[in-house]
Design a protein around this ligand. Structure first.
Ligand code: MUC
Ligand code: MG
Length: 375
């Protein structure tokens, strides 16, 4: 019978490192390769599903590293699901939560593989299992993060000319605020009204620095300021929001739906960046989004430089949201020197397209998996 066929038979996890086209610098870390854990899940009926857990610079963007993710999957999460019906997504989430606290990136990769395997069995996209598609293309920005404004202007000009991206997120906080403001002045001057700029400080500023810098960012036309303060300082974000006109986006301060509720109750953000690695999967991403929607907080489709596999999983969830007013940032496949999917995601006219097809819509290239597998 169908339930029996859908039993989880096997879960394999592999650490991969895929080089990036250039150094990507955030406030407190910098990468020249992206590290993922790729999950391959097989059902009793033979169907295979895939998922990906992204990290950034080891356990520095959040507490999970590829090493900890693989250990959590192999030792705790996979054993909790073997033999269980793959189509009971909520129940699978409860089993994983009982087996391990947090470990949201690890859980997200497994849950993605469940949706992929069940979607492939039924011949339907993951989005259909989450509420159905509202949109099948997403405005997508590009992140400028070399730290060298000359290089960044050239990179942005290339993206504009190719009609790939016209909104740019500038990573700030790696250098002192005066240097970042000078860099942003150069970028704004060069790109003018041909592009929109947002910034992400990745928690680098303290409150007094933010109070001083936000009006300057506003004068430069910056549309959105992401996580200027440390993740713990939600009260500080609320004070900033009360005194500035530039919208603030919550990133590292919102992992769970409870975090989202606290940020909403404190009126600490205008927008939230949604990411599978933070929320622990597609279902939870919709729950966080629902709390934000209830509070009138805008939604943005965040990333952690995923390959086409992780990006496709995000797009399946984002496709089902009623409003995604701030677009998305799933440029990850474009910054890698190579992809892990047989058919990478398509980008055109400043948008990324939801891949058609069952499950998450993309297929793992097993030769690439072997080529980039660690060790
Ligand atoms: C983050 O903090 O938003 C997303 C894009 C990027 O360049 O870094 C990430 C993580
Ligand atoms: Mg961020």
């Amino acid at each position: 019978d169908l339930a029996r066929d859908l039993a989880v038979a096997e879960i394999r996890s592999t650490i991969v490192d895929v080089p990036t086209r250039r150094r990507h610098k955030l406030s407190s870390l910098s990468v020249t390769a992206q590290s993922y854990v790729v999950v391959e899940l097989r059902l009793a009926n033979g169907a295979e599903g895939i998922g990906e857990a992204a990290t950034l610079g080891g356990p520095r963007w959040s507490e999970e590293s590829v090493e900890s993710i693989k250990a959590a999957i192999d030792r705790y999460l996979a054993p909790a699901l073997i033999g269980q019906p793959a189509d009971r997504f909520e129940a699978a989430g409860a089993r994983m939560d009982a087996a391990a606290k947090r470990n949201t990136a690890a859980k997200s990769a497994i849950e993605t593989a469940l949706y992929d395997a069940v979607g492939r069995t039924l011949g339907v996209p993951a989005a259909l299992l989450l509420g159905g598609v509202v949109r099948d293309r997403f405005p997508v920005l590009w992140t400028l993060a070399s730290g060298d404004p000359g290089q960044e202007i050239e990179e942005a000009e290339g993206k504009l000319a190719a009609r790939l991206h016209r909104t740019f997120k500038v990573k700030i906080g790696a250098q002192d605020p005066a240097a970042d403001l000078a860099r942003l002045r150069r970028l704004a001057g060069a790109l003018g009204d041909r592009a929109d700029l947002i910034v992400d400080a990745n928690q680098a500023w303290d409150e007094t620095t933010a109070v001083r810098c936000l009006p300057v960012l506003g004068d430069l036309g910056v549309r959105l300021v992401e996580q200027p303060l440390p993740a713990w300082n939600v009260a500080g974000m609320a004070r900033l929001k009360a005194r500035t006109d530039v919208p603030l986006m919550a990133d590292e301060c919102v992992f769970s739906a409870h975090d989202m509720l606290a940020v909403a109750q404190a009126a600490a953000a205008d927008v939230v960046s949604l990411k599978l690695v933070k929320h622990g999967g597609l279902l939870n991403t919709r729950k966080v989004a629902a709390v934000a929607e209830a509070a009138g907080i805008g939604l943005y489709g965040g990333c952690l430089l995923e390959s086409s596999i992780g990006a496709a999983a995000h797009l399946q969830a984002f496709a089902t949201l009623r409003e995604l007013g701030w677009g998305c940032e799933h440029f990850g496949p474009q910054i890698l020197t190579d992809d892990l999917a047989v058919e990478p995601l398509r980008f055109q006219d400043f948008e990324v397209l939801l891949p058609a097809g069952p499950g998450i819509g993309v297929t793992l290239d097993r030769d690439k998996l072997r080529r980039y597998a660690r060790g």
